[in-house]
Design a binder for this molecule. Structure first.
Ligand SMILES: [Zn+2]
Length: 399
């Protein structure tokens, strides 16, 4: 049975094409668009009107004597709208919710973090985020009606077709939850949702250590372990949006039991949770609550452990480097705030296990945004969304 899909997808493609032409400049008139696209006058007029109504583009009247200002009705050049308003970013970790409000250019105005058992309580976590959003907007004096878009990172595999969380063994309270639908319902705005590591990669691409890199692997070593692949400037989601589930790669047959039900997963030796407990055992108390792991390397035993974690992570990434030949490996998440012992461990394994020519091209960097990579990635993604992008997973943010 034929549906209306072909016509609507053709209209969508036309709209994308016209938007792209206007964004790439020089500013066209309606007549220019007709010539370039071969569309009829009425078709061009309809698409342009739609984009004007959505606020994606604006009209710039041609001054008297300017191009196309001859006879007849004065024509207008079409230019992309300057994004206005504000965006909201929400980063869900396994044990925290962080929220930021930023302007349309991505400057953070207010930010708040709170500790919460996110894994065990899906609805309560979403409600908590919504409550913090309200409080932040009040504090910053920004009206809810001024929010143009929101983005959220979730620490679980998200099906790119249904937007539901797909994980039977991890975060079972979240299985079948659709954070995109739920947050949009609670907040009343358009909300873009992606896996937290994907958001982290976008944060580092726009603001941090991955700027200018087109082929990279971002690994988040937080309470959980996940990764995001950027290949030739584009996120690589896999067929179901589940690429990068590296945390449950088995690194030891005899290792500790993991929350996924397997044993010896990478996550059991390279998550921040484990280093927290080591620090407590060693009698180390954090000096800075915002960066509790920053001083972990002061204790020789903890430093050695972290270096070993780095080597294990590097061993897993070395195989991936042989497959993909990436330029950058960005180590993010809370564990990355320990810094050099971790990076050294990763580099050592890459040097040892990756084919030498490939190892030479890879640069291992610690994320520059620390625990904020994911939150700022949400800011970047929400701002990008304001510029009208058809959205599946986060689009490329490299220059
Ligand atoms: Zn596991």
């Amino acid at each position: 049975m034929e549906s209306e899909q072909p016509a609507s997808s053709r209209r969508h493609r036309t709209k994308e094409q016209v938007t792209a032409l206007i964004r790439q400049g020089p500013p066209p008139t309606r007549a220019d668009l007709g010539q370039v696209t071969g569309l009829s006058r009425s078709a061009v007029a309809a698409v342009v009107q739609e984009l004007l109504d959505e606020g994606v583009i604006e009209e710039d009247l041609i001054p008297p004597g300017g191009r196309g200002s001859g006879r007849g009705r004065p024509s207008a050049m079409l230019v992309p709208s300057t994004p206005r308003g504000h965006v909201v970013a929400m980063d869900f970790g396994h044990n925290h919710v962080a929220v930021a409000v930023a302007d349309a250019e991505g400057h953070v105005i207010a930010e708040r973090w709170t500790h919460l058992d996110v894994d065990g309580q899906a609805q309560a976590s979403l409600d908590a985020a919504v409550e913090i959003v309200g409080a932040l907007l009040d504090d910053a004096g920004i009206a809810a009606s001024d929010i143009r878009c929101a983005a959220a990172g979730i620490p679980a595999p998200i099906d790119s077709h249904t937007h539901e969380i797909r994980s039977m063994s991890i975060m079972s309270d979240w299985v079948g939850v659709n954070p995109q639908v739920e947050l949009s319902r609670l907040l009343g705005w358009r909300v873009v949702v992606a896996n937290d590591a994907d958001m982290g990669a976008q944060g580092e691409l726009r603001y941090g250590a991955a700027r200018g890199i087109r082929d990279l692997v971002y690994v988040k070593l937080g309470d959980g372990v996940g990764a995001s692949l950027i290949l030739q400037g584009l996120p690589y989601p896999g067929v179901d949006g589940l690429a990068g589930e590296v945390g449950h790669t088995q690194v030891s047959d005899q290792g500790d039991w993991c929350r996924c039900g397997n044993r010896g997963c990478l996550e059991t030796v390279a998550s921040s949770t484990f280093v927290h407990s080591l620090m407590a055992d060693a009698g180390l108390t954090p000096h800075d609550d915002a960066f509790p792991l920053r001083d972990a390397a002061e204790h020789p035993a903890v430093a050695r452990f972290v270096e070993e974690s780095g080597r294990t992570v590097g061993r897993v990434l070395a195989d991936l480097c042989n497959w993909l030949n990436p330029r950058g490996i960005i180590i993010g998440g809370e564990l990355s705030t320990v810094g050099s012992p971790l990076a050294e461990g990763v580099r050592e394994s890459i040097r040892r296990y990756t084919q030498p020519a490939i190892a030479q091209s890879v640069e291992v960097r610690i994320a520059e945004l620390g625990r904020r990579s994911e939150l700022l990635g949400c800011v970047a993604v929400a701002c990008r969304e304001l510029s009208y992008r058809p959205w599946g997973r986060p689009q490329v943010l490299t220059g």
